[in-house]
Design a protein around this ligand. Sequence first.
Ligand code: FMN
Length: 257
Amino acid sequence: MIFYFTATGNSLYVAKQLDTDRYSIAQEIHKENREYKAEKIGIVCPLFEFEMPNIVKEFIKGSTFETEYFYIIVTYGMHDGGVAKRSKEFMDSLGKKVDYINTIKMHDNAIIVFDMDEQRTLEEGKKVDEHIALLKKDIEEGKEEIQFARKEELEFQAEYRKMIEKTGPAYSFPLYKVTDACVGCGTCTKVCPGGCIQIKDKKVIYDYTNCVNCMACAQACPTMAIQFATIKEPNPKARYRNVHISLKEIIDSNIQK
Ligand SMILES: Cc1cc2nc3c(=O)[nH]c(=O)nc-3n(C[C@H](O)[C@H](O)[C@H](O)COP(=O)(O)O)c2cc1C
């Protein structure tokens, strides 16, 4: 049994190779009774500002897992910031057991920092499939390990925290603006895991109360009409979705009923 959260498909791509019994956290989180039982239970999610996304933490907090083996895999793009160590501390603070935490470097989908076209050129060097095979082997063998947090990564994360304390959050809401390129197709409404977007009279209405800042809407917009409101993007004309994952799979994972 595996639970995943995804905006652009990286975490789903990993989850698909680890288990066939898969559940999307964006949908599962709405269930009142979240008691799960399986021989092995895993979580796969992206890294957001060196942490597991809040929606994932909330999901874990409000769920019970009866299992022999609980594991967490965090997908990231550039710096893991020692997330495995903090995720273990998070699990300890909840009194929940975790046997294995690891990370995997993939395409970095943070469009406010990176040009998605440039990021594509780095993908091959990240050897994603080889790394997934190693994770899979560890999990199959029931390996018990919390990934070692490298000193430079912990320092990098600490510096970032310091900067945020000084300058305020990196993201201010409303995050997005919608340009005239919008054709009112509604793709954004379907990929948003927070159910934040509606289309009325072919216009986007974005209520950011539940926005988790995953950027799925901006990434999936076919006309690239969703852009950051206050932050200058390196390339507003480049967007990303994992090549192995279809738009339908992102929609099926995130659509709010
Ligand atoms: C809001 C946000 C914050 C991110 N923060 C980090 C980060 O701190 N370090 C990093 O290496 N990648 C970061 N990323 C990149 C994603 O973690 C990475 O691309 C991930 O694999 C995306 O997974 P997904 O395709 O399943 O959504 C961030 C992405 C977003 C949208």
